[in-house]
Design a protein around this ligand. Structure first.
Ligand code: FES
Length: 109
């Protein structure tokens, strides 16, 4: 697949994240110290919206059950918890990002 423009660099300040629609899906874009990263917005646990979660450094926490992911790689950093029960969660899907001038391009995989 090819890279598609999804946003501009000025739209997300360092330390912030936002969800953007792309081809019927939502992509989470995060700015970590000036570098941009993209994840499929759907939490691999039960589909929570990661864009509505909390970004702390490079770690996004799902708002539904608290699973944590590295926005740079999608790697799971912490499992979900429902009523004190820990549930194993897989990795989120990281998407390739390219910057061209002010444009942020993402490749949907
Ligand atoms: S849906 Fe994300 S932790 Fe459950």
């Amino acid at each position: 697949m090819s890279f598609v423009k999804i946003a501009e660099t000025g739209m997300i300040a360092p330390g912030e994240k936002k969800g953007f629609p792309l081809n019927g899906k939502t992509v989470l874009l995060a700015n970590v110290d000036g570098a941009f990263y993209a994840l499929n917005n759907k939490c691999p646990h039960m589909g929570g919206s990661l864009a509505d979660g909390t970004l702390d450094g490079a770690t996004i926490t799902c708002p539904r059950h608290g699973a944590k992911f590295d926005v740079r790689t999608g790697k799971n950093l912490g499992n979900a918890k429902i009523a004190f029960v820990q549930m194993k969660v897989g990795d989120a899907t990281a998407l390739p990002v390219k910057i061209e001038g002010k444009d942020i391009l993402v490749e949907l995989t």
